[in-house]
Design a protein around this ligand. Structure first.
Ligand SMILES: Cc1cc2nc3c(=O)[nH]c(=O)nc-3n(C[C@H](O)[C@H](O)[C@H](O)COP(=O)(O)OP(=O)(O)OC[C@H]3O[C@@H](n4cnc5c(N)ncnc54)[C@H](O)[C@@H]3O)c2cc1C
Length: 476
């Protein structure tokens, strides 16, 4: 373990390695982390300030990350990548968010999610293989475009999207309300309902779409935090793509969501929120250990109230970091250190078994970051309220954690409902009838009301029979 954390050739003014779980990293990963901290000091952090002020997309930061081979972090070594694992991904995202630029960390999170979705189904797809081999060399930034304007944070429910088979391939239509790096990414993994869609929204497929095939509106992006992240609208307007641009087989969307998109997004975004919390603690430490009150002859750090703020913030954040890294370690154990060849068997979905655990790490990290940044601002007093200290930016950036889908409201309900009522009750695609609610409402109707309802339902059933619509799957 490196004994002293350095920053532009001097000792780092925030927390040292003694408060970082370095034992989780291999010696190579620790070297990579130290190089990345150097890059943050010289390139990413200065750019973060400009990016936030001017809503500038952090492409320059991606060029810097590519110089360390980080765009191909998960890409196998034989394809020119670093061949790294899940723990390493969590460390890299956390490091970028903490020392460099949270907007870049979120764009990079989406890039890793897209890369993982491509690697998941690349073994028999030369188009995906070629793309994955060029990521660092050509600085090819990827992202995930899932959220639909009609279904909000229920990103697994793309009602405004579709794909049809045509003579030359697939005609893809996608409307997304939010897409990190929209208009700036070089490639997108988009999710639509499957070709031959029959009304069953759990039948989803994924496609690879290139930057020159999308319409974005970056000029409309303006937000409280993560201002460089440029998560704007995206449209793929009936674009025909060759057959090999379908990522995985038709109908692979649900497997891809549960095995890849959710686990990778939740792991890496949790690391991002943890990094922002640590970054705020670092900034605040620097301030409170330097600022003096001449009347009482004490530094701000000498007040027990301030020490308590730091103690609690460090303990809570390290609990979230340990939880996040534990899930990274589990993913490594489940996949022989992120060996993509195991997915040559299309039914191999080891990560997806632990979905409720990824929900929990995101909830905890996103809840913690808002609280910690708030307390660190309090610890810095009015000085923290000003832009030059950067803590207000970390506070604004951290606020994205709670509202990013799956939102913390949705996650805590998923976990509680799952624990109390079982998996079926989550009803992602609105297919499971809640018998208790149904009967309770019907109970309120008098005989005439029941007759009216019955007549209406019989008409609807006849119309649906005619259209051949899909019926709800089950009743609880
Ligand atoms: C910075 C940022 C970057 C993003 N990047 C991407 C990206 O790269 N790709 C992408 O696909 N999407 C992205 N998103 C979109 C994100 O995943 C959500 O889809 C989006 O934040 C939802 O916003 P909304 O206004 O539609 O919220 P809504 O879904 O309308 O939520 C409004 C409120 O209702 C609550 N709510 C919603 N559903 C339920 C429920 N079932 N039970 C209880 N409460 C509920 C929410 O928690 C919230 O409090 C990004 C969002 C942000 C903020």
């Amino acid at each position: 373990m490196t004994a002293v954390k350095s920053w532009n050739g001097e000792e780092y003014s925030g927390l040292g390695y003694d408060f970082d779980p370095q034992w989780l990293l291999s010696p190579e990963q620790q070297i990579l982390q130290a190089k990345l901290i150097d890059l943050c000091a010289t390139v990413l952090r200065p750019n973060a300030i400009e990016s936030d002020r001017g809503l500038i997309y952090p492409r320059q930061n991606f060029e810097a990350l590519a110089s360390l081979g980080l765009l191909g972090l998960f890409v196998p070594k034989e394809w020119g990548g670093l061949g790294e694992n899940h723990v390493c991904a969590a460390m890299v995202v956390e490091t970028i968010a903490r020392y460099g630029c949270p907007s870049t960390a979120m764009c990079y999170t989406m890039h890793l999610g897209a890369t993982a979705a491509a690697l998941f189904r690349a073994h028999d797809n030369p188009e995906l293989q070629q793309l994955l081999q060029r990521l660092d060399q050509d600085v090819l930034i990827g992202t995930l475009s899932y959220s639909d304007p009609e279904t909000g944070s229920h990103f697994w429910y793309p009602v405004s999207s579709k794909a049809d088979r045509c003579a030359d391939g697939w005609m893809v239509s996608k409307k997304a309300s939010w897409t990190t790096s929209a208009g700036f990414a070089d490639w997108y993994i988009v999710q639509t309902t499957s070709p031959d869609f029959d009304g069953n929204y759990s039948d989803l497929s994924c496609f690879l779409i290139y930057g020159d095939e999308v319409k974005a509106e970056p000029h409309k992006w303006d937000a409280l935090g993560l201002r460089g992240n440029q998560s704007g609208t995206l449209q793929v307007d009936g674009v025909t793509v060759p057959f090999e641009r379908m990522v995985g087989p038709k109908g692979d969307g649900t497997a891809s969501n549960d095995e890849i998109v959710d686990p990778f997004f939740l792991l890496c975004s949790s690391a991002c929120w943890n990094g922002i919390a640590m970054g705020a603690i670092d900034i605040a430490k620097r301030h409170v250990t330097r600022k003096k009150h001449v009347d009482v002859g004490m530094r701000v750090a000498d007040y027990p109230t301030i020490q308590d703020y730091f103690g609690e913030a460090i303990i809570d954040t390290n609990a979230c970091r340990s939880f996040t890294f534990t899930m990274g370690k589990l993913m490594d154990d489940l996949t022989q250190q992120c060996d993509w060849s195991l997915h040559e068997d299309l039914t191999a979905l080891p990560r997806s078994t632990y979905l409720p655990w990824y929900w929990q790490i995101k909830f905890a990290a996103a809840k913690n970051v808002a609280h910690v940044c708030d307390k660190m601002l309090h610890a810095c007093g009015g000085s923290g309220f000003k832009k030059d200290m950067e803590i207000e930016r970390y506070l604004r950036d951290g606020k994205a954690g709670w509202v990013m889908g799956p939102t913390n409201e949705v996650l805590r309900q998923f976990v509680g409902k799952l624990a109390l009522l079982g998996f079926e009750s989550l009803d992602y695609w609105n297919q499971t009838v809640n018998d208790r609610v149904l009967h309770n409402e019907v109970k309120k109707l008098d005989a005439e009301g029941k007759r009216k309802l019955a007549a209406m339902l019989l008409d609807q059933a006849a119309a649906e029979d005619e259209k051949g619509m899909v019926q709800p799957l089950s009743v609880v």
